[in-house]
Design a protein around this ligand. Structure first.
Ligand code: SF4
Length: 399
């Protein structure tokens, strides 16, 4: 007997107008609109807030959340599931739960029991090839919100695999997007991938390309970050660079150059073209948010910087890394982290972004008197209403 055919929605569900009011009520902020209209500045008493010119919801997240609401409306009476977090923002995920959407990542969920009556929403960062195949074979109705910028990375990784290049993916090996991207490399039998987290890991791989090394040490070092059966002696002879879309752009570009140089050192200029590929696959929304914060740090005198977003949000963590290099920075998940004018809960900059629970408490974060200039930005999965509440709370604390 043949498997049931899945119905896949990739371009919306014709319910955009029906949910527009609901989305605006849930996630917009009149205050943020006002600040935007006032040259991204907000002044109240001794407080001056400088908002980055690009911040918050990106086009991919906007679309994913929109489709989730449309799915709920389009299929009343049917079970609607998310494979896991739709985006890395606890408020948005909690709201979707309260709308009746269930999470397949919950311990009580039974993904193996899904069938043609069930609707499954795929998140903005995509799912692995295996997960997609399983859901398809179960005949579920799929609402695919995978962002176009992620699909662009996948296209490059598939091409690398087809042409015999190992994908070197600058990303976080446990991040859903990187797992999904890596799985694309396995669409071809000889497809290979290796995930590198940062410059330090890239340096180890580049040294191996140049000089070889202890194979077992290498395999131990990158355990869990390589395609099955990876052999550094043969699988680093032709490499193509890609990245998780939300990494620090400057670091991704640098890592790409490190690999180009290593391949040139090992094989010479003449062979570079046949042995090395690179594409800039950082998404434009991530780049714009990073550029905006760099401009803000450059142009304004700030006492401190607040970066708002989920602790497991890669792009938010990278915004915090940029800010921390210049000014005292607090990465907060939401306004509840601002406990008082003296006390703030925050994620230490540089802690692993996949660990939701790492949090510090700092006293004396806000100057107790005199004028205070606060820079503010928010990650791509943070809605404007949260940003607006942060401004309101700052205002109260500075009275
Ligand atoms: S951060 Fe970039 S890749 Fe990710 S959903 Fe947003 S626009 Fe798409």
């Amino acid at each position: 007997m043949s498997s049931p055919q899945p119905l896949i929605f990739r371009k919306g569900l014709d319910m955009k107008d029906a949910v527009a009011g609901e989305l605006a009520a849930a996630y917009d902020s009149a205050l943020v609109d006002r600040v935007r209209g006032s040259d991204f500045k907000y002044s109240s008493g001794r407080l001056l807030v400088h908002l980055a010119h690009e911040f918050g919801f990106c086009y991919g997240v906007d679309r994913a959340v929109d489709y989730a609401y449309q799915a709920r409306r389009r299929f009343p009476g049917r079970n609607v599931f998310l494979t896991g977090e739709i985006i890395h923002n606890p408020h948005v995920n909690d709201r979707l739960r309260s709308e009746g959407i269930k999470f397949l990542s919950d311990p009580e969920a039974h993904p193996e029991l899904l069938g043609p009556d069930d609707v499954v929403i795929l998140p903005a960062f995509g799912v692995t090839v295996d997960e997609m195949a399983r859901l398809s074979s179960q005949g579920c109705t799929l609402v695919d919100t995978t962002c176009g910028s992620v699909l662009n990375v996948w296209k490059n990784v598939v091409r690398y695999a087809r042409e015999g290049f190992t994908s070197i993916i600058h990303g976080k090996v446990k991040h859903e997007e990187t797992r999904a991207t890596a799985s694309q490399a396995l669409k071809y039998p000889d497809g290979r991938y290796l995930v590198v987290l940062d410059r330090a890991e890239a340096t180890i791989v580049c040294d191996y390309i140049r000089n070889g090394g202890d194979r077992n040490d290498f395999l131990k070092q990158f355990e869990g970050a390589m395609s099955p059966g990876f052999d550094p002696d043969t699988d680093l002879q032709r490499v193509g660079c890609a990245n998780q879309t939300t990494m620090l752009m400057s670091e991704s570009l640098e890592i790409g150059e490190m690999f180009r140089t290593a391949m040139r050192d090992r094989y010479g200029d003449d062979e570079l073209v046949s042995r090395f590929r690179a594409f800039d696959t950082i998404c434009s929304a991530t780049q714009e948010r990073q550029d905006a914060v760099i401009a803000l740090l450059d142009q304004e005198r700030l006492d401190l910087m607040l970066v708002v977003g989920g602790y497991n949000s890669s792009n938010t963590c990278n915004l915090a890394r940029i800010c921390e290099a210049t000014v005292r920075t607090y990465h907060i998940a939401d306004p509840d982290c601002m406990l008082s004018a003296d006390e703030i809960r925050h994620r230490p900059v540089g802690a692993p972004s996949t660990t939701a629970g790492v949090e510090a408490v700092t006293h004396g974060w806000l100057p107790g008197s005199g004028s205070v200039s606060v820079g503010l930005t928010a990650g791509a999965s943070t809605p404007n209403n949260i940003v607006g509440e942060v401004i309101r709370k700052l205002e109260r604390f500075c009275e």
